[in-house]
Design a protein around this ligand. Structure first.
Ligand SMILES: Nc1nc2c(c(=O)[nH]1)N[C@H]1C(S)=C(S)[C@@H](COP(=O)(O)O)O[C@H]1N2
Ligand SMILES: [Mo]
Length: 563
């Protein structure tokens, strides 16, 4: 039996397990904080959460990724990182509890997670070498050491600890790995025996001091790392701030009057940059310094391989075009479509100068693979890029240099193709190859090799489940069939006949068109459905398909109740 004395001096096992969990939490926090600080010295992308998150994104099955984009939209990455942090928190708590009984095993567990982070960081496609392992490794060492020390305080006799929270823990009596370790259950268990063997309970003061100091130092390290990481890319930001886009030699054709309808609730013809959707796999937005940026063009049938600087690009003839971009993950009625005024150089001209010929003129390469600084690969048909459409290496968006989120300093755009097969952001390499020889990133993940944008239309107003008053209700939205052009839009009320909507003036066939339909709404619930017909005469199909492998099809409907 334990004496009263012992009861006061050593926490009951339950309390000890709780303190163990707390120690685990603090160790995890310290590990991540130190990793954050070290990553500021290496690269922000080398941090364990970002690296593991990136690896998770790459391994996420397409339907899950698609689901995440659908449900969290552009916040999908935030949700993923929060998920990783939550999982790590649980693991840290568990390792802390484990360490109460198996102190070395608990610390080794922390190290193991460091190894996982290190492997993830060094195997990222944009990894710059073994240095990327440092944040995870150093962070895990700090976390493991802290856990070991804190757990030691739970067993160290108070007398050992006066002014010495860091007393070498090897002599601590209670926790042993393997046999003889304290047990959770049962009076008279080895745990109790251990306590009694230790005699003097635990070093409360030492624990509190060590835990508080660790928490404070970790918070400091974490915040410092955060702020350093926030400042990385200063040169990139400066290079963007300095950039004044030259006037295009071929300005965008003026947007015809009447391309924008005056209907409240309809998507504006030009999507403001801040509202433009963003879809990519980058957990940390690449900050590329335009002054060091290079684009290499090489590969099959490239008679004159070339490397261009940003200056080289700006010295070329710049063209400006409105182009509507769409994501293959956009569901029927979804938000991942936007129209912007882009400025850039014509990719086809550049390729011709390098000696590239499209397959129709005997060129040996049928696939152009664009590669970004973050290791993304995006493959487009050379034929489409060189068939006369305005395929661009874009440097500007809506009159400004590209925002970092949208690919600064240079991105690709090919009108008519979904973004994942055309719109490489942060581009740094173009390789001519064949579809047989190489599968880019998304194709490896079961998306289609070729993916022209499907003819689609969307009802922007009224919103689903709106309750407009009976009488005149304006139904309006946008329709797109890039590079074919939208010819006609029709609206159907319930199971009634298809009725012609009014189309806004067409800018070019590469841009979407607004449409409107004045509806004489009668009371009750109604379903409004829209369909577009493109210039090839194809009516937008009502056959619903999923987004994978080559884009959703089907028609958008909205249910409203007219009061
Ligand atoms: N480097 C890089 N470029 C990328 C992607 C990416 O993940 N990484 N995603 C592509 C996809 S799927 C789309 S739809 C468009 C979206 O461009 P935006 O974010 O500027 O709208 O970028 C494309 N370019
Ligand atoms: Mo996309």
């Amino acid at each position: 039996m334990r004496t009263e004395q012992n009861d006061r001096q050593s926490p009951a096992l339950r309390a000890r397990l709780l303190l163990g969990a707390l120690s685990g939490f603090l160790a995890g926090f310290a590990a991540l904080a130190v990793a954050e600080l070290v990553s500021a010295a290496v690269r922000p992308q080398a941090g364990p959460v970002v690296a593991v998150g990136g690896a998770a994104i790459d391994r996420t099955p397409a339907p899950v990724k698609d689901w995440a984009i659908r449900h969290f939209g552009t916040d999908d990455k935030l949700v993923l990182q929060l998920g990783i942090v939550a999982a790590l928190t649980l693991l840290a708590l568990a390792l802390g509890i484990l360490a109460v009984r198996h102190r070395r095993l608990g610390a080794a567990g922390v190290l193991l997670f460091g190894v996982v982070g290190a492997v993830a960081a060094t195997s990222r496609p944009d990894s710059t070498g073994l240095g990327d392992a440092l944040p995870s490794v150093v962070g895990a060492l700090a976390g493991a050491l802290l856990l070991y020390l804190l757990i030691g305080r739970l067993y160290a006799p108070a007398s050992h600890a006066v002014g010495a929270a860091s007393t070498a823990p090897a002599e601590d009596p209670a926790p042993h790995d393997g046999t003889g370790s304290p047990e959770v259950s049962g009076a008279g268990s080895p745990a109790r025996a251990g306590d009694e063997a230790g005699g003097r309970g635990w070093d409360r003061r030492g624990f509190v001091i060590a835990a508080t100091a660790a928490a404070a130092v970790s918070a400091g390290a974490g915040l410092w790392g955060r702020s350093l990481n926030g400042r990385t890319g200063k040169e990139a930001v400066a290079s963007r701030d300095r950039l004044v886009l030259p006037a295009p030699s071929s300005a965008a054709p003026p947007v015809p009057r009447g391309a924008g309808l005056r209907v409240a609730g309809v998507s504006p013809f030009v999507t403001p940059t801040k509202d433009f959707y963003r879809v990519d796999t980058a957990l940390v937005v690449p900050k590329v310094d335009a002054t060091n940026w290079r684009l290499r063009i090489h590969g099959k049938g490239v008679a004159r391989p070339t490397t261009l600087t940003f200056e080289d690009l700006l010295r070329r003839e710049l063209v400006e075009r409105h182009i509507t971009l769409t994501c293959v993950s956009n569901e029927v009625g979804g938000p991942y479509v936007g129209n912007a005024r882009w400025i850039g150089v014509r990719l086809a001209d550049l390729l011709s100068e390098c000696g590239v010929r499209p397959p129709s003129r005997g060129g040996p390469a049928d696939q152009l693979v664009a590669r970004s600084v973050d290791g993304m690969t995006i493959g487009s048909p050379v034929e489409d890029v060189m068939d006369g459409r305005d395929a661009l290496l874009a440097v500007g968006m809506n009159g400004e240099p590209l925002p970092f989120e949208h690919g600064f300093p240079v991105r690709m755009l090919v009108p008519g193709l979904y973004g994942y097969v055309s719109a490489c952001k942060w581009i740094e390499d173009i390789e001519l190859t064949t579809f047989d020889a190489y599968d880019p990133y998304w194709v490896k993940r079961k998306w289609a090799r070729k993916a022209p944008i499907k003819t689609q239309s969307r009802i922007d107003t009224p919103k689903p489940f709106a309750r407009p008053a009976a009488g005149a209700v304006m139904v309006a939205g946008v329709a797109w069939a890039q590079h074919r052009g939208v010819d006609r839009v029709e609206v159907r009320v319930d199971d009634g006949p298809w009725q012609q909507a009014d189309l806004a003036a067409e800018d070019t066939r590469d841009t979407w068109r607004q449409w409107s339909f004045p509806w004489k709404a009668t009371r009750g619930a109604h379903t409004l459905t829209v369909r577009a017909t493109d210039r090839t005469g194809r009516v937008q199909t009502d056959r619903r398909t999923r987004t994978i492998p080559d884009g959703a099809s089907g028609r958008h409907s909205v249910v409203v109740t007219v009061d």
